[in-house]
Design a protein around this ligand. Structure first.
Ligand code: SF4
Length: 427
C-alpha cells in the first residue's frame, strides 16, 4: 500500500502555495493523500511565524497533530517557523521527527523508496518551481517570487525568507496553464517589485499581469507596495477586468511611516485612490494597517481614522503591532501600552465595519458578474477568495461558471444574489 501523507497549512496564501507544491511532489513520488491526519504515515505541518499569535497557533497545531498521528507516523515541521527557529523547535519539541526550512521537505522525505528515514535536517530544493496538483477550486494562488528586498521596520521576513527571487514569466505562465482555473491570484512578499532581481533590474509586473491575463478570465493581485503602483500597473490591472487593488499601506501618518521605514503619507494615498476611482468607478480597495507601532501617537491614530472616513476603503485588516526579534522596530521607543492598542484596534474596526457594511448595502439591487467557487458560493471582482466576503447563490449554479447575479440583500460582509443568466464573454 502506498505511503499516505497529510499536509496541514497555517498562515498566508503564500504558504498555501508552498503546501500545494509539497503535495504535488509527494504525489509525483508515489505517495497518496490521507483522508485525515490520523491515517497518514507522514504528517507535515507548514507553519507561520509572522507574529506571536501565529507562532503560538503553529506550535499548538504541531502538538495537536503529534497527539493525533498514528503510531509510527512521522511528523515534519516546515515553513516560516521552521526556517526561523529550526534549532530551537527541534530542541523544544522532541516529538518532531524533522524540522525542514523552506523548500527542503520534498524528495528526501518521500518514504517508500527504500531510502533512509527522515534525517533531522534536510537538504534543499526550490519549492517555487515545483509542479503542483490540479486546482481544487476554479481559482488558485500563484506565487511569483520568494523573499523581499525591503527593510520595513516591523518585518522579520527578509531576515529568514532572504532577498527577492523572482520566477521567470515563462515558468509562471506554464504553471497557470497547468492549473486549469478561471481566476489566478498572484502573490509574493512584494508583488509589484516582481522581476527587479532579474535582468537589468527592471520590474516586470506589468508584462507578467498581461501574460497571465491572456490565459485566464480573471487575474487578481495581492500585496502591492503603494509607491510601486505606477500608471502602467494601474492600467494593466484595469485592463484585466478585475479592478481590485490590495494596497499594503500599513499606516497613513508620514512620521510614523518613516519610523516604519516605509514610503508614503495620507495625502498621496488619498490622491492615488481618487485617480484610480475616477478612471474606474467600480475599483475596489483593500488595505492592512498596523496598530500600536512604537511611537504611534494619538494624532497618528486620529489621522488614520480620518483617512478611513474620507476614502472609504472596501475592506481593511487591522493588526496589533507585534514585536519581532531582530527588527529595527524592536529598538524603538516608546512602546504603545497594550490596553491602548486594544482600544485603538476596536475603534478602527468599529468604524471600518460600518463603512464596509454600508458599501455592501449600496450593492443591493445591482447586478454583478460572479465566478461560482463552489455550491452556493460565488464572488465578483469585489471579493478576493478566502479574504473578503462572498455572494451566496443557489446551490444548483454550476461551480466554475461565470454568471450574472442580481444582489437582493447584504448580510454583514456577504451578499445574497439570484442568478439572472450566464455572464457575457466569460461563460
Ligand atoms: S515589503 Fe516590508 S512588510 Fe512586506 S515583506 Fe518586505 S519588508 Fe516585510
Amino acid at each position: 500500500m502506498p505511503q499516505r501523507f497529510w499536509v496541514e497549512t497555517l498562515g498566508c496564501p503564500k504558504n498555501q502555495v508552498d503546501s500545494e507544491k509539497l503535495v504535488g511532489q509527494f504525489v509525483a513520488d508515489g505517495l497518496t493523500e490521507a483522508q485525515c491526519p490520523e491515517d497518514a504515515d507522514l504528517v507535515v505541518v507548514n507553519t507561520c511565524a509572522f507574529i506571536e499569535p501565529a507562532r503560538q497557533e503553529s506550535i499548538e497545531t504541531i502538538l495537536a497533530l503529534s497527539d493525533a498521528r498514528r503510531e509510527g507516523a512521522r511528523l515534519v515541521v516546515t515553513g516560516c517557523l521552521a526556517q526561523r527557529y529550526g534549532d530551537e523547535l527541534a530542541e523544544a519539541l522532541p516529538e518532531i521527527d524533522a524540522v525542514a526550512g523552506f523548500g527542503r521537505v520534498p524528495v528526501m522525505l518521500s518514504p517508500g523508496r527504500g531510502g533512509p528515514s527522515v534525517p533531522p535536517r534536510l537538504g534543499g530544493m526550490d519549492l517555487l518551481d515545483l509542479p503542483r496538483p490540479p486546482a481544487r477550486a476554479p481559482w488558485a494562488y500563484v506565487k511569483v517570487a520568494e523573499g523581499c528586498d525591503r527593510r520595513c521596520g516591523f518585518c522579520a521576513i527578509p531576515s529568514f525568507r532572504g532577498p527577492q527571487r523572482s520566477r521567470s514569466i515563462d515558468d509562471i505562465v506554464a504553471e497557470v496553464e497547468s492549473l486549469g482555473v478561471r481566476e489566478v491570484v498572484l502573490v509574493a512578499q512584494d508583488l509589484a517589485s516582481f522581476g527587479r532581481d532579474q535582468g537589468k533590474g527592471e520590474r516586470a509586473i506589468v508584462p507578467l499581469v498581461r501574460a497571465v491575463a491572456e490565459r485566464v478570465d480573471w487575474v487578481r493581485l495581492l500585496y502591492l507596495y503603494p509607491s510601486e503602483l505606477s500608471d502602467e500597473l494601474v492600467a494593466a490591472v484595469l485592463d484585466t477586468g478585475v479592478p481590485y487593488f490590495d494596497l499594503s499601506l500599513q499606516h497613513v501618518s508620514a512620521p510614523l511611516l518613516r519610523r516604519m521605514r516605509r514610503w508614503g503619507d495620507a495625502e498621496r494615498f488619498v490622491a492615488r485612490i481618487a485617480e484610480i476611482r475616477s478612471a474606474e468607478p467600480e475599483a475596489v480597495f483593500r488595505s492592512n494597517f498596523i496598530v500600536g507601532y512604537p511611537g504611534e501617537t494619538e494624532e497618528d491614530h486620529d489621522q488614520l481614522l480620518e483617512f478611513l472616513r474620507e476614502v472609504r476603503l472596501d475592506w481593511c485588516g487591522f493588526f496589533a503591532y507585534s514585536e519581532e526579534p531582530g527588527t529595527f522596530a524592536e529598538t524603538l521607543e516608546p512602546k504603545v501600552p497594550t490596553e491602548l492598542v486594544t482600544e485603538r484596534l476596536a475603534e478602527l474596526s468599529e468604524l471600518q465595519d460600518e463603512i464596509s457594511r454600508s458599501k455592501r448595502d449600496e450593492l443591493v439591487g445591482s447586478t454583478v458578474t460572479a465566478l461560482v467557487d463552489g455550491p452556493g458560493r460565488a464572488r465578483s471582482h469585489r471579493e478576493a477568495p478566502e479574504i473578503d466576503g462572498v455572494i451566496e447563490v443557489p446551490d444548483w449554479v454550476e461551480t466554475g461558471s461565470f454568471v450574472e447575479v442580481r444582489i437582493t440583500a447584504a448580510v454583514g460582509p456577504d451578499l445574497i444574489g439570484i442568478p439572472t443568466g450566464a455572464a457575457g464573454g466569460l461563460q
